[in-house]
Design a binder for this molecule. Structure first.
Ligand SMILES: *Cc1c(COP(=O)(O)O)cnc(C)c1O
Length: 214
């Protein structure tokens, strides 16, 4: 089943767009089914669960951490993550910078733009992101933007969210010379096709690959 779901998505996903298979709540057996079908990029959002899985799964998996991250959980996540997509506060950014300095590492990150109607959703404003990008960090490499659209069935609302983050990324690229700042991570199971039309370079798909989370 996992293999068929993957195949169906890859049939429609342009080859230059990276598919993150979001495996949260699903057991390592399901991840291995996707792995054996060729998938190498996976996403998790809970530090404890992520560390436990990463420790036992093949080392050539490219892990994307996509969840809210508390600063006291960095030690669970940063040894394994290829990229942290969900940098959503200055406090977290500073803690990642410090962890990188302490461990002689440069950590790839995306900055999360607060999209969508929900107040509870994390992320920065456009202005905050501009401020962050105007400074230099020596142990964090800014690779692009991440966003989660409003949780709704109304495609026009989702589309407006995607259009906003797409335009912001373009404007950053035009005004600031940011080498390596290329990624736009938007789109989940129900809206990844729409995200691709709005310039997504990364889509994060869980349910459509692994089925519902219990
Ligand atoms: C769970 C999750 C996804 C995947 O959601 P699906 O609807 O299952 O595809 C994508 N992005 C983030 C940040 C998530 O937490």
């Amino acid at each position: 089943m996992v293999e068929d779901n993957l195949k169906n998505i890859l049939k429609e996903l342009p080859p230059e767009v990276k598919l993150v298979a979001v495996s949260k709540f699903h057991p390592v057996e399901d991840i291995m089914a996707a792995y054996n079908a060729g998938q190498r990029r996976f996403g998790e959002n809970r530090p404890q669960e992520f560390a436990a899985k990463a420790a036992v799964l093949p080392p050539d998996i490219e892990w994307h951490f996509i969840g809210h991250l508390q600063t006291n959980k960095l030690k669970l996540v940063l040894p394994y993550a290829s990229i942290v997509e969900s940098i959503d506060s200055m406090r977290l950014l500073e803690a990642v910078e410090k962890w990188g300095a302490d461990h002689g590492r440069v950590i790839d990150v995306l900055l999360e733009l607060h999209l969508g109607a929900e107040e509870t959703k994390g992320g920065f404003t456009e202005e905050e992101i501009e401020n962050i990008l105007s400074r230099s960090c020596s142990h964090v490499r800014f690779r692009g933007l991440m966003g989660m659209a409003t949780n709704t069935d109304d495609a026009s609302v989702i589309e407006a969210d995607f259009a906003r983050i797409e335009a912001f990324k373009k404007s950053l690229e035009e005004r600031l010379a940011l080498p390596g700042f290329t990624e736009l991570s938007i789109g989940m199971s129900h809206d990844w096709l729409l995200a691709v039309r709005h310039g997504a370079t990364i889509v994060r798909v869980g349910t459509a690959i692994f089925g519902p989370r219990n």
